[in-house]
Design a protein around this ligand. Structure first.
Ligand SMILES: Cc1cc2nc3c(=O)[nH]c(=O)nc-3n(C[C@H](O)[C@H](O)[C@H](O)COP(=O)(O)O)c2cc1C
Length: 351
């Protein structure tokens, strides 16, 4: 058993978080991780407000343990999603990309605010703003890490903040958990590893592609959704890196997102301008266009298992993942391996 600032802060058994992953984290996966002693996080971007409220209530019906939601603050519908999470008194509000305006409201009902960033300076800022803990994402990660790898980012941030640090990016086993704790983190967040479990909604075709992949089989590029991000080197991902700017796909994808989120054209255009004009982490139009063009391809990969056109965010750790355990098996295994790793490391010290 590990007792860290992360387990203490959230009142959970193990210092392991299920990273919020749009399209992958559903109420069942979130609750399963919580019931296994970890911290499950539901990514909200794919849901309408009504669907989100339903999902939150479903999680509450499946577990009495703390859980969280993950919201990209610059995405369409962010204000509304945060409002719903607060009304539902969600125990943990995990945000990325943007400034959290809701910290006091969350603290008022005893909830916790968890920032996510890939830059040390933003981790410092999150602490100054009053966040309770911070997830820091290394370059190895699926989706949006920045340039620094976890090996450098964790100690750098640990030297600068006092709030609990949850390390993300490249963590998939107990050796990684032990290493993260040694580097100054208080726990780990796993995305790719939880995506490759039995309970995960990822299509079997893409689970198999990940199991067969090596640590070299990812691509880091802006073509997947406009921001620098890491995806599995699938045929669809390779094509995207070689193609010019996808004007027609962007238009079609934008309409698909608008319909999915049940937005009027005026609401959709308004949100687009808001995303362009956000001061700190704004999304220029070309980034939004890439996002719009990317979404259908991600859906083709994750849900349809389309090996030709599908795209899937995945981390470098796919190279050493060879099975599809249940979440309970995975968490138990990671904890046992971490204990073993700590013992083995101690045994290497001379008296
Ligand atoms: C399919 C997929 C979807 C993701 N969606 C989100 C998201 O909606 N919000 C977010 O903050 N991070 C998202 N991420 C990134 C994860 O939260 C996390 O940072 C990353 O998976 C950690 O690195 P790892 O994959 O090496 O464990 C996503 C990752 C994957 C694999």
């Amino acid at each position: 058993m590990f007792k860290t600032k992360m387990t203490e802060l959230f009142g959970i058994k193990h210092p392991i978080m299920l990273a919020g992953m749009n399209w992958i984290t559903d109420p069942n996966l979130v609750a399963t991780v919580c019931n296994a002693g970890g911290l499950g996080i539901l990514a909200t971007a794919r849901y309408t407000p009504d669907e989100l409220r339903k999902c939150i209530r479903e999680i509450k019906s499946l577990t009495d343990k703390p859980f969280g939601i993950n919201q990209m603050l610059l995405m369409p519908g962010a204000q509304e999603a945060i409002k719903i999470a607060i009304e539902e008194k969600v125990p943990v509000l995990n945000y990325t990309l943007g400034k959290p305006w809701f910290i006091d409201q969350v603290h008022a009902y005893g909830g916790k605010v968890l920032g996510t960033t890939a830059l040390a300076k933003h981790a410092v800022k999150a602490e100054q703003l009053g966040c309770d803990a911070i997830v820091i994402t290394g370059h190895e990660a699926a989706a949006h890490g920045a340039d620094a790898t976890s090996l450098v980012l964790i100690p750098t941030v640990a030297s600068q903040v006092k709030i609990p640090i949850i390390a993300a990016g490249g963590f998939y086993d107990g050796r990684g958990l032990a290493a993260a704790l040694s580097l100054g983190a208080d726990g780990i967040s796993m995305g790719t590893r939880f995506m490759l479990t039995r309970e995960s909604l990822l299509h079997e075709n893409f689970k198999q592609l990940c199991l067969e992949a090596s640590e070299q089989d990812t691509l880091y590029d802006t073509v997947f959704d406009g921001m620098p991000g890491r995806a599995l080197k699938s045929k669809g991902a390779i094509v995207l890196t070689k193609r010019g700017f996808p004007v027609i796909d962007a238009f079609k994808g934008a309409m698909q997102i608008k319909n999915m989120l049940k937005l009027s054209m005026a609401q959709f255009v308004g949100l687009s301008f808001k995303m362009m004009s956000a001061d700190d982490e704004s999304s220029p139009l070309w980034v939004q266009a890439r996002q719009a063009a990317g979404v259908p391809k991600h859906l083709k990969g994750m849900y349809e298992g389309d090996k030709e056109e599908g795209v899937l965010f995945a981390g470098q750790c796919i190279g050493d993942i060879h099975d599809l355990p249940t979440c309970v098996e995975l968490i138990d295994r990671v904890i046992k391996e971490a204990q073993e790793a700590v013992k083995n490391t101690s045994a290497k010290m001379q008296a």
